[in-house]
Design a protein around this ligand. Structure first.
Ligand code: NAD
Length: 279
């Protein structure tokens, strides 16, 4: 039976470390969150982020825009926060209403305040392995989860299912930088099971319930389930958890796995951003 990688527990330790580090800074780090529209899940996520900031000695402010806000209005808000010396981190809560250009927003947040790690410069710095890169929170959290079980990726075959700019692609990069052999699968991959069965570490970030069944997993594999899918009033991942847990060596639950680590890494990035800005 697989051991559970407890994201809640690990995130708590991480948040405590961040809180201690934030206290050593001369000025309290400040995260500004922009929320556009009324998406209930986004409101919940922003609430969780505010709560986590408070507990970690990080100041947070939420800037709300109506769902019909224009690109110009959003850009003006970002510009103001970019030049506000009292703000260290800026996060634009995704998804944005469909009339707004998400890619333009990624490039608009000043790279030094880009705590989501989506700015092209941060992506470049990450790819080149520079320490001052602000790295996307979910992939960074997953790398910390793998460290927590003392599982060096060197020489291992990591299969990432999903290639989004925010999860799959940066994860593949980080695994490659950690000397793994990496295969990235996506919606056009033919015979997905052929690849997943070869994985020493299988990371699934798609958003499809039961996409990964037990017959698609190598016995002893480490399985990281990033997916979050709402089924009735329950949250489930992309992996058929009960069946896969009988043969994996380690597995992350949903909820209580990757999600809490994502928030912990957001706090870490905010403190890092404050340090970068203050030399
Ligand atoms: P996305 O929709 O941007 O990307 C999904 C990816 O899955 C795409 O690259 C697509 O090619 C691939 N895909 C789709 N169908 C597939 C199939 N049948 N086989 C193989 N690949 C397929 O999503 P995202 O933003 O990367 O998020 C992925 C999932 O992770 C979602 O469920 C999301 O809610 C969740 N998520 C969780 C956290 C967290 O903190 N727990 C953070 C971010 C995303």
């Amino acid at each position: 039976m697989a051991k559970i990688i407890d994201g809640k527990d690990l995130a708590k330790k991480f948040r405590e470390e961040v809180a201690a580090e934030a206290k050593t800074l001369t000025v309290k780090p400040h995260l500004a969150v922009i929320l556009v529209g009324d998406d209930p899940a986004s409101h919940t996520y922003v609430g969780m982020k505010e709560k986590a900031c408070k507990a970690a000695n990080v100041e947070s402010t939420v800037h709300r825009l109506p769902a019909e806000a224009t690109q110009d209005e959003l850009m003006m808000l970002i510009d103001g926060l970019n030049s506000d010396r009292g703000v260290n981190g800026i996060l634009v809560q995704m998804p944005l209403p469909s009339h707004l250009d998400q890619m333009a927003i990624f490039g608009a947040v000043k790279r030094e305040k880009d705590v989501d790690g989506f700015h092209p410069t941060n992506i470049g710095l990450m790819n080149l392995g520079f320490a001052e890169a602000l790295i996307p929170c979910t992939p960074a959290g997953i790398m910390e989860m793998l460290k927590s079980i003392d599982y060096p990726l060197k020489g291992k075959h990591v299969v990432v299912v999903g290639r989004s700019n925010v999860v799959g692609k940066p994860l593949s990069t980080l695994a490659l930088l950690a000397d793994a052999t990496v295969t990235t699968c996506h919606r056009h991959t033919e015979n997905l099971a052929h690849f997943t069965r070869q994985a020493d570490v299988l990371i699934v970030a798609v958003g499809k319930v039961n996409l990964i069944t037990a017959d698609m997993v190598k016995p002893g594999a480490v399985v990281i389930d990033v997916g979050t899918n709402r089924v009735g009033d329950k949250l489930v991942g992309d992996v058929d958890y009960d069946a896969v847990a009988t043969l994996a060596s380690f597995i992350t639950p949903v909820p209580g796995g990757v999600g809490p680590m994502t928030i912990a890494l957001l706090l870490k990035n905010t403190v890092l951003a404050a340090k970068i800005q203050n030399g």
